[in-house]
Design a protein around this ligand. Sequence first.
Ligand SMILES: [Zn+2]
Length: 330
Amino acid sequence: MICSYCQKDGRMTGEHIIPQALLDMFPECDFNIRYDKEIKYFKSENIVINDVCDNCNNVILSELDSYGSGMVRDYFVNTYEAEDKLVLPYNYSLLSRWLLKIMFNIARTKKSEIQTTSFESNLDYILGRTETSAMPISVFGGLSVDMTPLPEFFFDNMKLGVFFNPIFVKGSLIELVNPLENEFRVNKEKENMEFKKLLLSCVLRFGSGMFLVLLWEEEITPTEKQTMERLIEHLYPYALLKSDFENTTIKRSTHAYNYHHYYIIDTSAGLSMADQTNSFLPTRNNPSELRKTSSVEWDQHVTKLRENRASKRQKERDRKRKRKNKKVKN
Ligand SMILES: [Zn+2]
């Protein structure tokens, strides 16, 4: 069998579509991916794809996984408040290659309708053989902050998810109908934003971390790409993670209505409009406080799940070490 990454023949191994370390950080979540219009749910453990050679899986890609998982562990297991800002340090090469790798893994799964060609032309970049990607890419970052009044379990615990071709709202998701009565409604006739020369886009959520990855057509000029990036930063609550920077300040990119539906990318204007609705609750109620109060038991349950998962992994490592030692002695 030929390895999907290095294109060489060899012994194939099971590569986790979503790194095991991430699944272990959020054991309460099923993992969510969306193909075009249909949402597909996975049970979080043991989702592997068996077309990656030992060297790619356990050396090259595993370096990317430990980088990405480390970032999530350090910054995105935490939850954030509405006005929080985070100065996110990053290594652009490792981060962008890690995100592309996860996207490519998902695009290769059986039911995916996503073309793998745009990833295949970037394989040398993903494997770290070239300094820049063959196809122009842009990476944006944001924070996922729960602004809803209800605990996570009311929805799908979508703390891990990868959605291709998210909806970029034009205008705002929530509209003010009558300012005097403070009357809002969901804008059902909303138009979606289209970006020139955009080939493929993807939103990835890992805990509180939101990443937008855009793959552009090969013929886009650097100036055109810059213009598109500026437009996105201007319209949407996402910050561009520049390839020549080492950190960027990111802020909240979700509101009460797209926190669980983050394949809807609402504008910054839409975000402040949504905030004004106070989750359609009377102004004396604070949605976040309500959620925190009703989440106490759930949060305890999640903490316990995490501890159990961690001790399970520790036992596995101990067993492996013992087996190794035995082999050495023999
Ligand atoms: Zn390989």
